[in-house]
Design a protein around this ligand. Sequence first.
Ligand code: ADP
Length: 260
Amino acid sequence: LDAHLAPYLGANGEIKGIITVLHDITDIRRLEKMRSEFVANVSHELKTPITSLKGFAETLLDGAMYDPEIAKSFLTIIHDESERLHRLITDILHLSKIEQHQLPFHPEPLNVTGVIYETIDTIQEEINKKQLTIKLPNQKPVIIDAEKDRLQQIILNLVANAVTYTPDKGTIEIGIVEKDDQIELTVKDTGIGISKEELPRIFERFYRVDKARSRNSGGTGLGLAIVKHLVESHHGSIQVDSEEGKGTLFTITLPKKQNR
Ligand code: ADP
């Protein structure tokens, strides 16, 4: 609470009372704290790839560049880390824009089934590489009011995670169920799962159960935070169920109509 006091004076300058103005500043303080934590996290997350880029470039300059095989492997690391850094910066900017409602939102009638099929096409190569079985809903159109880019991003982030965190030859299943004025979109995998303790934290920015594994697979720890915001921008909700060693199920509920 933030208090301002002022005397209330009478005609002869005598103090007749005190005026108190109280402001509830808990929200402001909370926002300030969140913002400074975010800046600290971002700086830390950016430092890691930059340290690695610097280290590998220095080692190359110190002589490793004269061995073509070592040079190639170091340059590959530099290339991959630069890509991750690029993705990190894009994700951070994207997330902060959605959080501050800076992006215009223009939902339009969209066939969710079609968007699922299109999105899967873009990561088919990784699916094949890991010999994963992918089960898709039947091709029947399901129409909801949504923004195509955002819906694509939601599906892509969830399925890309399912691919990353599922061992070779596993199964990923995507489902759509219509329920009155809502739809339920599910992404289920037979992957490593998430423990009960970690589960409540996975939607936090930069939270990763296994930092090394996430980083090696190009992860930024922002994917699920972005998904949650995008779902909420459509007035929907997201839930997760998981069992370690068995697999994970994400369930998204979206309204069919957005009030325009
Ligand atoms: P990342 O870029 O690390 O994948 P996300 O925000 O997308 O970041 O996910 C946060 C963390 O949640 C991941 O690091 C991972 O530990 C866990 N996670 C997300 N999806 C799955 C999944 N399908 N199976 C197991 N763990 C998952």
